[in-house]
Design a binder for this molecule. Structure first.
Ligand SMILES: CC(C)(COP(=O)(O)OP(=O)(O)OC[C@H]1O[C@@H](n2cnc3c(N)ncnc32)[C@H](O)[C@@H]1OP(=O)(O)O)[C@@H](O)C(=O)NCCC(=O)NCCS
Length: 221
């Protein structure tokens, strides 16, 4: 069953984000503080930044999610709320947080590519637990999410992934996402063992929608 997320889903969605945050596997190798990871990556969507966020559930168990935000300004405000929140300061001093610092510094140094925010104002993340993959759940989540975006008149949606995420690339291709740019990134090299290939994709949702490589900002990867 696909259903809208509920505030009470934050914990399980955060856990899934962590369990799948390293090319579909656990983010533990590069980020040892699970609660901080969840707060940073998932928190903004539960604090006013989210739109058309859905979970896939079976037998009462949440198996995956799609999180989206309709525009960068709304997401940015929610992220600031998380960064300035008191809960974050409670999570941050934990000892394992320091082990996560190298990744945070690298993420700031090697940010993901992004498209022109006017043409593709929305962005999304989709992640499923291993047992839910390859069964069409991703297609159903993405179809439902895009329908909600179209219904709300959102002009376009963008995301960034890597060539390591084979299933994700296939999924986006099925929905006519356009690969707008790609570039090698050393962001995960210490844990992956080699550079990854960042890929930026966009999908126009309006009638005159489209994408072009010139709309991508890849200057720092
Ligand atoms: C990416 C992900 C959301 C896709 O969802 P999914 O439910 O596994 O995918 P689906 O079963 O809906 O399949 C979608 C399409 O991709 C193809 N596909 C699925 N798994 C694949 C795989 N491992 N390799 C290649 N193609 C694959 C399918 O053939 C399908 O197309 P078709 O049905 O028209 O043939 C899911 O696999 C996942 O969470 N992976 C790990 C985390 C991740 O990479 N998230 C995305 C980050 S950008």
């Amino acid at each position: 069953m696909i259903r809208p997320i509920d505030p009470s889903d934050e914990r399980v969605v955060g856990k899934i984000a962590y369990q799948t945050g390293f090319f579909g596997q656990s983010a533990a190798p590069y980020f040892s503080n699970e609660r901080l990871f969840a707060r940073l990556w998932v928190g903004p969507y539960f604090r006013g930044g989210g739109f058309a966020c859905l979970v896939a559930e079976s037998g009462g168990e949440v198996l995956g999610y799609i999180l989206g935000s309709p525009n960068s300004a709304q997401y940015g405000r929610a992220l600031r709320r998380v960064l300035l929140g008191r809960t974050l300061s409670r999570l941050a001093p934990l000892r394992q947080t320091w082990a996560s610092l190298p990744y945070l510094l690298r993420a700031a140094r090697y940010p993901s590519p992004h498209a022109n925010w006017q043409q593709f104002p929305a962005h999304l993340h989709i992640n499923l637990l291993p047992q839910a993959r390859g069964l069409g759940v991703g297609k159903r989540l993405l179809a439902a999410h895009l329908e909600l975006l179209r219904g709300a008149g959102v002009a376009g949606v963008q995301l960034s992934t890597t060539t390591e995420n084979r299933a994700a690339l296939e999924l986006y291709r099925r929905f006519d996402f356009v690969p707008l740019a790609s570039a090698e990134t050393p962001l995960w090299t210490p844990w992956l063992g080699h550079p990854a290939e960042h890929v930026g994709l966009g999908l126009g949702l309006g009638e005159d929608a489209g994408g072009s490589p010139s709309n991508f900002n890849l200057s720092r990867v």
